[in-house]
Design a protein. Structure first.
Length: 168
């Protein structure tokens, strides 16, 4: 019966992993779910496995934040542009998933385009010229794409660590 629960945990964690692509805390939901499982079923996951996953999740968050902010800032954007990039990325991820039905890629591309469009809107509304606004928007979009990609890779590693540890 334990194998049924372990397989269910792996499936639920895969679902959480996909939420991360939408800028939602999928990596953290995987960790929380696995910790709850570990509290329920002792001796399945070691404390070291959980700590390794937490470290990976923190690294993923840092990479996502740095890449997104760096892309916006490097292109000349300010705090409003960075905030717009985050909101635009979330909306874009949802729209991209529907419009571009290629798993993961559609969501990542939608997130990058959403971030870029939101930054373009904010920068133009703030009075910047189109050329400069486009430059900042492009930086935001590329930074967001790289950041979400890095966070997703961290999530895949977390998922693999838990899936392998479940059956060792």
């Amino acid at each position: 019966m334990i194998y049924f629960w372990l397989i269910l945990l792996i499936i639920v964690n895969a679902f959480w992993l996909m939420l991360g692509v939408f800028s939602l805390p999928g990596n953290w939901l995987m960790i929380i779910t696995t910790i709850l499982f570990a509290l329920w079923q002792k001796n399945i996951f070691s404390v070291y496995t959980i700590i390794a996953a937490i470290v990976l999740a923190v690294i993923g968050e840092i990479l996502e934040f740095i890449a997104g902010a760096a892309g916006t800032k490097a292109a000349g954007g300010g705090k409003k542009a960075m905030a717009a990039a985050i909101i635009g990325a979330i909306v874009g991820a949802i729209v991209g998933t529907v419009i571009i039905p290629i798993p993961i890629f559609g969501t990542l591309l939608g997130s990058a385009i959403g971030a870029a469009l939101a930054v373009l809107f904010v920068e133009r509304k703030g009075g910047k010229e189109l050329k400069q606004s486009l430059k900042i928007a492009t930086g935001a979009g590329l930074g967001r794409f790289v950041g979400l990609g890095a966070k997703f890779i961290a999530g895949v590693i977390i998922w693999l660590v838990f899936a392998i540890a479940a059956f060792l």
